[in-house]
Write a protein that binds this ligand. Structure first.
Ligand code: FES
Length: 116
């Protein structure tokens, strides 16, 4: 079980359980199932509307890498959240990206904070 805390300046924080390891549950799907008013449009990694900032709240473990999808790489570069050099470094060093698209990011077995 992973704990995902959704936080926004406009709404109260909400922490929900996620069934990690399903390999199909995205952050957006989890948010919608729990009535979290996260913005989205295409649900396909194209528009960038569902951009979120993800940080670890797991004190024991380091944040998992979790690869960015090709669509995320494209959108994150377009909106100026990452540079090509930063992307390269993340891939080489297997580092997690703090900016993700909620419709593309699969929930893994880690406790995270999602700012939307
Ligand atoms: Fe369009 Fe996620 S909803 S990129």
């Amino acid at each position: 079980m992973a704990l995902v805390t959704f936080t926004s300046p406009e709404y109260r924080d909400k922490t929900v359980y996620a069934v990690a390891g399903s390999h199909t549950q995205t952050v957006l799907k989890l948010a919608l199932e729990n009535k979290i008013p996260i913005n989205f449009e295409c649900e396909d990694g194209e528009c960038g509307t569902c951009l979120v900032r993800v940080t670890s709240i797991d004190k024991k473990n380091q944040r998992m890498g979790g690869p960015l999808t090709e669509k995320e790489k494209t959108v994150l570069k377009e909106v100026g959240k990452v540079t090509a050099e930063e992307l390269e470094k993340m891939i080489v060093d297997d580092l997690p990206c703090e900016w993700r698209l909620a419709c593309q990011m699969i929930v893994r077995d880690e406790d995270i904070r999602v700012e939307y």
